[in-house]
Structure formats: C-alpha cells, structure tokens
Design a protein around this ligand. Structure first.
Ligand code: NAG
Ligand code: NAG
Ligand code: NAG
Ligand code: NAG
Ligand code: NAG
Length: 491
C-alpha cells in the first residue's frame, strides 16, 4: 500500500509540477566569492572561540601531578583561503589546509600539598579541515543544508610555559602538547557542524513569500531540489506574484525556459514572462487596474479639459445633449495586461476600456459611451551603472466604440488626442524615470554589481557579480504603510 501511495504521490507531483518562473544559477566564481566571504567569518569565529579548560593528571613515581590549563583564548589565527568545489551528489566540498591558531592561557599544578602556577602559549600549525555538505530542499521549498562529513587534523603543536617552576614541566611538555592537540582536533568539527546546523535553522525559518508592496506578494519557494554539477548550482523557484488581499491563480501557466550560464559572472538569474504576467494578473483580478479620471487630475496647463464642450470637436453631438458639463472617465483593464519578451525587446499589451459619464447640474451621472482602448507598449530595458534604465514607447493604440448612449461617432480624432495625452501623462514621466535609472534592489545585504540585463525569448536574464555589503543577517522585513483602501485603485 505505502509504496503504491508514494508512487502515486510522486506521479501526481510531476503531473501538477509547475515550471519555475525564476531560475538562479550560482557559478563556481560565485562559490569562490562566497567562500572568500566565509573565510573572514571563520577567522572572526575562531578568534572568539571558547576553549574549554583542560584538566588531568600525570603519574610520576610517587604519585600524580594534577594539572589544569584554563583561561585559554585564541590570540591569533591565520585562515588560508579554502578550496571549495561543487561535487557529485548535490554536495559542496570545502578543504582548508594549513590553518594556524595561537592560544594563550594559564596553568596550575598540584602535587601532594605543593601547588604552582604560571602562563603558557600554544601554537597549532597546519590544521587541515575537510567538510562535505549536502544541499537539498524541504517540503515547504526551503533550501536545506546538511553536514555529511567533517574531519580535522593537526600537523604540529608548540607549547611554552612561563612562571612558577616551569622547568618542572619540561618532561611533561610533550604530553600536554598531545593532550591539547587532540582536544583542539576534536573541537573543530563540532564547531563546523554547529555552524552548518545554524545555517540550516536559518534556511528553514526563511520566508519563501515576500511582501513586495501594498498590493503584491512574491512567492519564491524552490519547486525542484537544487541541482549541482561540477561547474554550478542551479535553483528553480516558483516566482509567482499574488495579490496580498485576494490571492488567485491566473488562467495561464508558466512556460519552461532555459537560462543560459553567463560566463565570467558569479550569478545568472532568469525571470520568465509568467512572473511579470502573474503580477499584472494579481492587480487585474483584484480590480486594482482601475482609475477614475476627473477634470481635477488634468494639469491646469492642458488646453483639453474633461468637459462636454472640450470634447465637442471629437464628438459633435455631445455638447448638444449635455451642454457645458464636467465629465469623468473610468479607465480600467478589460483583461490582464500581458508582457511578452522577444530578443532585446519587451512589450506590454494593455486591453483597456474607457467609460465616460457627464455630471449633470443636479449631480446625476449620465452614461455617455464606452470605448475599448487597446495599447501596445514596447521598449528596451538594460542595466548600466548599477541602475535599471530603458526607453518605452507606444507602439500602437486603437480606440473602438463599444457602446454609446449618444449615438455613434468617429473615434479617429479622439484616438489621436488620447495618444498624445498618454504620451504626456504616462510615457514622458516613465521615460524620465528610466533615464535617471532605478537602483537595483539589494537582498539580505547582497548587492548585484557589474550586472548585465538581457531580454531574451520569453524571459529576462541578469548576469551579475555579487558584493556582500555587511555580515549576512536574516532581515528582510520592511514596514509597509498601506493606504486604507476604499475603491480598488493602486495605479
Ligand atoms: C577545487 O577548487 C579549486 C579552486 O578553489 C581548484 O583549484 C581545484 O582544482 C578544484 N578541485 C576539483 C576536484 O575540481
Ligand atoms: C552543469 O549543468 C548544466 C545544466 O544544468 C549544464 O548546462 C552545464 O554544462 C553543466 N556543466 C558541466 C561541467 O557538466
Ligand atoms: C470646459 O472646458 C473649456 C476649455 O476647453 C473651458 O473654457 C470651460 O470653462 C470648461 N467648462 C466647464 C464647465 O468646466
Ligand atoms: C437630474 O437631471 C436630469 C436632467 O436634467 C434628469 O433627467 C434627472 O432625473 C435628474 N435627477 C434627479 C435625481 O433629480
Ligand atoms: C494596431 O492594433 C490593431 C488592433 O488593436 C491592429 O488591427 C493594427 O494592425 C495594429 N497596428 C499596428 C501598426 O500594429
């Protein structure tokens, strides 16, 4: 029964399996940078290491000399660059050869009623450490890390005693040396394992869902286990946006895409059309792609006002039926706006609609007409000087009369007027912002540097190097002050 169930579950999983919408590849160069950052961390950790006291006794002819080595602290350490490699079986192998540590401490001896004390220095040379960890994923889509093997060995130790009747120790030096050497040898791997367990705990507690803004949540659990080969580590993330208040699955699916490895960079990141479109859907399905345009919102300098007289040249009968009245336009998306990515070009298709009403002197809104407004925006985006930049243009815009309470009219002139209005109101400020550049986000104090963005067939790729700005700590929570929402517009 159980194997059958397991098989069934495995199969179902595969049938339902969603394609990742975000892929991340950490190249060997990235691993080397990570290990470099880790070396500094290890250096700090060893310097602040707690060394337990050593107690024992040495049998001499007429009794036992009891000794205690205490108050030991690391006074110096030299951590050479480790060799870190991706290896078979989703593993990462770290080898450190030639680590040295200098310790300082006090000694106390007791033999019968005689006691003595002093200080000592201990140097450990050529400590070799080999650690093998395995990466995987848990059922919630967290990355997981497990220490598979760890071994440590010490090449040579030197010890010097000061104070007291130090000469008495001369015969025991060799003995202490081996005792302390063995002690340190047995301490290293538990420290390493403890750290790996810490990292695992941190990964387990990590969010796989991030609030992006007031409206959006991004879900990024792993949807496949990580895959490692000799040159890189690949992660497949869900990469789907949901509406914070009313999460719903969109009526379209993530398509598979192949993220090419960018040579010479630490990291490659790919985000498919689906990811962008799920964000658009999250706004759309929650009714948040919706805005009511009133005359007050039109800049005072605009010659065209939102009133029936001003619309006379476009719709001659309008001022006759509704003379000199203010108008309101309800502008909304008829369907989900969809992004599509072609080599070096992105486009956004917006199926919109405009409902116009006249505001009568007694305040009653009279419906006038409904237009379908289909816009196609296209443009280029790229990263330069660490900022996202680009240029968008309106490629096509058509207005068609869907229904009218005031009889039919030609839309061509209105279409031109709206094209101009859209360029002034939307594209000009957007392009100004894209020209100035939008700073790239940093994630957990990791900055993307030397980044290259490329629009490819069906996805956007970013090849980048990384820079850790400060020690890695798990803080990402940011406070949002979301406006209390009465109508559904976040445009
Ligand atoms: C492991 O990585 C080091 C660089 O850190 C490299 O010199 C060495 O050849 C690699 N070993 C294997 C087995 O790939
Ligand atoms: C590692 O795997 C990827 C596919 O996941 C492949 O493109 C790449 O060539 C592989 N590298 C090696 C050295 O096998
Ligand atoms: C309508 O707009 C015209 C300018 O096109 C302006 O002169 C007129 O005062 C406006 N009427 C109302 C009622 O706002
Ligand atoms: C407002 O005025 C219009 C036209 O003058 C009229 O048809 C409508 O019934 C009025 N509405 C109310 C609530 O008085
Ligand atoms: C603009 O879009 C309309 C449909 O919305 C289409 O008929 C027309 O061919 C398009 N024009 C261009 C130049 O793409």
């Amino acid at each position: 029964m159980q194997p059958l169930l397991l098989l069934l579950l495995t199969c179902t999983n595969q049938v339902l399996g969603q394609n990742p919408a975000i892929k991340v590849i950490l190249a060997n160069k990235g691993l080397q940078y990570g290990s470099h950052v880790g070396t500094d961390w290890l250096h700090e950790k060893i310097l602040s290491m707690n060394v337990p006291d050593v107690t024992g006794g040495v049998k001499v002819g007429v009794g036992t000399v009891r000794y205690v080595l205490d108050r030991m602290s690391v006074s110096q350490c030299d951590v050479p660059e480790p060799s870190v490699n991706f290896s078979e079986g989703n593993q990462v192998k770290t080898v450190i050869n030639g680590l040295s540590i200098a310790l300082r401490g006090n000694w106390h001896t007791k033999f019968s009623f005689m006691s003595d004390r002093g200080s000592f220095e201990l140097a450990v040379f050529n400590l070799d450490l080999t650690s093998l960890v395995e990466l995987g994923s848990d059922d919630k889509g967290h990355l997981s890390i497990l220490s598979k093997t760890c071994s440590a060995g010490i090449g040579k130790a030197e010890i010097n005693f000061h104070g007291g009747a130090s000469w008495i120790f001369k015969p025991f030096v060799k003995f202490f040396k081996n005792r302390v050497k063995a002690l340190i040898e047995t301490q290293i791997c538990p420290i390493v394992d403890e750290h790996i367990a810490d990292v695992e705990q941190h990964l387990t507690n990590m969010q796989v869902s991030y609030r992006i803004n007031c409206a959006l949540v991004l879900e990024i659990p792993l949807i496949n286990p990580p895959h490692i080969n000799s040159s890189d580590l690949g992660l497949d993330l869900k990469g789907e946006f949901y509406n914070f208040e009313s999460p719903k699955e969109p009526p379209f699916k993530a398509l598979a895409f192949d993220l090419p490895r960018a040579d010479g960079f630490m990291l490659s990141l790919g985000m498919s059309e689906f990811s962008f479109n799920s964000a658009a859907y999250a706004y759309y399905a929650a009714g948040q792609l919706h805005i009511t345009v009133t005359d007050k919102m039109i800049p005072p300098t605009s010659p065209l006002r939102l009133n029936t007289s001003s619309f006379g040249p476009f719709i001659p009968q309008l001022p006759k039926f509704f003379p000199n009245m203010l108008m309101e336009l309800e502008v909304y998306a008829r369907e989900t706006p969809m992004f599509s990515f072609l080599p070096d070009e992105m486009s956004l298709k917006v199926p919109g609609a405009i409902k116009a009403v006249a505001i009568q002197p007694n305040g009653t809104r009279a419906p006038l007409f409904k237009l379908n407004a289909d816009g196609l925006f296209s443009g280029q985006v790229y990263i330069s000087e660490g900022k996202l930049r680009g240029l968008m243009k309106l490629k096509n815009f058509t207005l068609t009369l869907e229904s009218s309470e005031i009889g039919t009219f030609q839309t061509a002139a209105l279409e031109n007027g709206m094209k101009m209005a859209m360029t002034i109101a939307v594209l000009t400020p957007l392009n100004a912002k894209l020209k100035e550049g939008i700073p790239l986000p940093s994630i957990h104090d990791i900055l993307l540097v030397n980044s290259v963005l490329k629009i490819q067939q069906g996805f956007v790729s970013i090849a980048s190097d990384l820079e850790v700005s400060s020690p890695l700590r798990g803080h990402f929570e940011e406070g949002f002050v979301c406006p209390y929402k009465t109508s559904g517009a976040y445009l």
